[in-house]
Design a protein around this ligand. Structure first.
Ligand SMILES: [Ca+2]
Ligand SMILES: [Ca+2]
Ligand SMILES: [Zn+2]
Length: 728
């Protein structure tokens, strides 16, 4: 990522720390792209609507309730149906051709740059075992043996990679992808990542019938979050029996995934020679990640291409176990790269991907498949900015402002707190808002702050260094009132929202290459806003914004990927009398949960189920309590919510949605003690994991965590983490 450096750096008062936050305050009129004049939010429409009360539980609101429990048909040569499916989709699905060409353009663009994605992507897998005879009901051992093969082949730790002919050795590459059987199902329940379905059908074709229970197969899990693998009793096609087939990225979600013949799956059980080393799945998942056959799918011609530069041009497919070199298309002296996973050779004869193929797969993970494999909290990219973020499993970064108005940072690396349990890294600046941080990918952080001149300031961690420097900031103009709010809907994407002195909402965005509308300019979005806006993204290129209007009602606007709804400067009125900033979270695509504190101090909730607002557009579910400040909400998985509030006794209180019920009850709370002087800041680095941070009366940071079974250091205890924190 290349970003503009901030223009000026000056010495701080201590002569050691440099910073450039206070600058000349530029007027809002020159800073903002002030081209929209409409104010769609009413200014004096005092609400007569009241909350819909669903007060099912009598009794005290903040009760300390109980703790949550919380065979035949194996071909003799490799044959794959992916291209047949590709041609069928091209002919039958008008969206598919366009999506494929857009993906190819994006791939070229991403491959031309370095690509944003670093590190290893971990993809959750669900295996749907569709069986007719008992033998086809594959054992867990056979399924695990397949996952093991994938994790060797896609990390270049397969021992046979050393058999690659010497001239091709330098091209062999680690694809930086790992696979694991899903441990959380789409409803948030624990799972072993395997579904089983007995079918009356003895055979399936490549017409995708196996991907639907209605046609004798098994329904997929959401393809944006899981790699669906189906094992088939037998696979046929117009060209004969198949070992498997995949759907390229860009196809319908309902049929996305990979189908593999049971006897070509894994290395044990029913796996049959010569396809008993698990390489059919390696090959088909290559297609799923946008790899083409290495010979270019042009019959035996020399004009086709796999769109990868470092694989030699090759005539047709190779079969069996060829001897090196095998020449075609004038590609001597080294000839075909037949030992590549994307040729048609036997399992024992294929053992490598190239650097160019890895670039293509990584571009697929940055592009059409960017919603899969975000190991740390699938929900993390959707979450609004916070002083606390988790960029991967068991990784935490915490930011706070101290009495000198400088930014301070500490981090959990999986085993230790850096720079120490009670120590902080000083990052300069003169900050007047809490730090708002998002992680758009593993080991990537973007920090936004308001400076003493009311302008917005930005710094970022690129995986190795802080930009523009450890203690410098990029100045982004504007006149910010209150806290900015930031969200990232995908890799290398940022959307920043601030309220300015005219109380309108302003927006700027990072598109991966540039700031829009300009580095210091803003898009004016109308409205008359109170407090901090809330922003959440439930999927790529989707944004939902919530603000409180002058009538204390909640207002909503959204970006659908191409337009702002209801209009650029208009808002949907959602009723209520909001005494806190709204807090929203998306636990899955097209799902929103919004929480506010009402005039009676109780917590109120409304939700979008993909089609309607519940309990109604302007109604709210009353959840009891007596809340000080704003609530905090996180979702650690689908259909899971954890809500934290501070009570009138300054203790921390907790409630949770387990997918079916609110715990400890609709209006009850779990008391977690403490005497808190900040709002709770909570993040989740993975399923069933929570980390909670508050400041205490000594202004030190305190921490507690849920490990899936227990609260640490105890239900009511906290880990003291030092510091003198004034804004968090
Ligand atoms: Ca090539
Ligand atoms: Ca060819
Ligand atoms: Zn293939």
């Amino acid at each position: 990522m290349s970003r503009k450096k901030s223009s000026s750096t000056k010495k701080g008062h201590d002569g050691e720390e440099s910073y450039d936050m206070p600058g000349t305050a530029e007027s809002m009129e020159t800073e903002y792209d002030d081209r929209e004049l409409e104010h769609a939010m009413p200014g004096a429409d005092m609400s007569t609507e009241t909350y819909q009360s669903h007060d099912h539980m009598p009794g005290s609101s903040m009760n300390d309730d109980t703790f949550r429990a919380t065979d035949n048909g194996t071909p003799q040569t490799r044959r794959c149906g992916t291209m047949d499916v590709h041609r069928r989709l091209l002919a039958s699905d008008p969206h598919y051709a366009r999506a494929r060409s857009e993906i190819e353009n994006l791939t070229l663009r991403l491959a031309a740059t370095d690509g944003a994605r670093t590190g290893v992507t971990r993809i959750p897998v669900v295996v749907h075992v569709v069986w007719n005879t008992a033998a086809q009901n594959l054992s867990e051992a056979q399924i695990n043996s397949q996952i093991d093969v994938l994790n060797r082949d896609y990390r270049r730790t397969n021992p046979d990679v050393s058999s690659t002919p010497t001239p091709f050795q330098p091209l062999t590459a680690d694809a930086r992808i790992q696979f694991f059987l899903a441990n959380v199902d789409p409803n948030g329940a624990p799972t072993n990542g395997i579904t089983r379905r007995q079918t009356t059908l003895t055979s399936f074709s490549d017409n995708d019938a196996i991907k639907s229970a209605a046609s004798g197969g098994a329904d997929p899990w959401p393809a944006d979050r899981y790699l669906n693998l189906w094992t088939a009793p037998r696979l046929t096609s117009a060209i004969g029996d198949l070992l498997g087939y995949a759907q390229f990225p860009g196809g319908p979600a309902a049929t996305d995934g990979v189908v593999i013949l049971h006897s070509a799956f894994g290395t044990t059980g029913t796996a049959a020679t010569p396809f008993n080393l698990g390489r059919t799945a390696t090959h088909e998942i290559g297609h799923y990640l946008n790899l083409n056959h290495i010979w270019g799918d042009d019959g035996t011609g020399c004009s086709g291409s796999d769109n990868v530069d470092d694989t030699p041009n090759q005539g047709g497919p190779n079969f069996g176990a060829p001897a090196f070199p095998h020449l075609s298309c004038s590609n001597g002296p080294n000839g075909d790269m037949f030992m590549n996973y994307m040729d048609y050779v036997d399992d024992r004869a294929m053992f490598m991907f190239t650097t160019g193929q890895v670039t293509r797969m990584q571009a697929c993970l940055d592009g059409p498949r960017n919603s899969i494999g975000v190991s740390a909290a699938v929900a993390a990219p959707r979450k609004s900015s916070s002083p606390v973020v988790a960029w991967a499993a068991n990784r935490l970064d915490v930011f706070a402002i101290s009495t000198d108005l400088a930014l301070y940072h500490k981090w959990w690396d999986g085993s230790n707190w850096g720079p120490s349990l009670t120590g902080y890294e000083r990052m300069g600046g003169a900050c007047t808002s809490s730090p708002q941080v998002v992680a758009w990918a593993a080991n990537r952080l973007d920090v936004f702050l308001t400076g003493t001149d009311a302008a917005l300031y930005h710094k970022w961690w690129d995986g190795a260094n802080w930009g523009p420097s450890l203690t410098d900031y990029e100045r982004m103009g504007g006149v910010c009132v209150g806290e900015p709010r930031v969200v990232s809907w995908g890799p290398n994407r940022l959307d920043v929202f601030v309220v300015s002195s005219d109380r309108a909402l302003y927006h700027k965005w990072w598109d991966g290459a540039n700031w829009g509308p300009s580095l210091t300019g803003y898009e004016r979005m109308g409205g008359v806003c109170r407090g901090q806006p809330e922003v959440v993204s439930w999927g790529p290129n989707r944004l939902d914004i919530f603000v409180v209007g002058p009538d204390l009602a909640l207002y909503h606007k959204w970006w659908d990927g191409s337009n702002w709804g209801p209009s650029l400067t208009g808002y949907e009125r959602m009723g209520g009398v909001c005494m806190s900033s709204p807090r929203a979270v998306a636990w899955g695509p097209n799902r929103l949960d919004v929480f506010v504190v009402g005039p009676d101090g109780a917590l109120y909730h409304k939700w979008w189920d993909g089609a309607n607002w519940g309990p109604s557009l302007t109604g709210y579910e009353r959840m009891g309590g007596a809340c000080i400040g704003e609530p905090e909400v996180v979702a650690w998985g689908p259909n899971r919510l954890d809500v934290f509030v501070i009570g009138p006794d300054r203790a921390l209180y907790h409630k949770w949605w387990d997918g079916a019920n609110w715990g400890p009850s609709l209006t009850g709370y779990e008391r977690m003690d403490g005497v808190c002087t900040s709002s709770p800041r909570v993040t989740s680095w993975g399923p069933n994991r929570l980390d909670v941070f508050v400041t205490g009366t000594d202004l030190a940071l305190y921490h507690k965590w849920w490990d899936g079974a227990n609260w640490g250091p105890s239900l009511t205890g906290y880990e003291r983490m030092g510091g003198v924190i004034t804004s968090f």
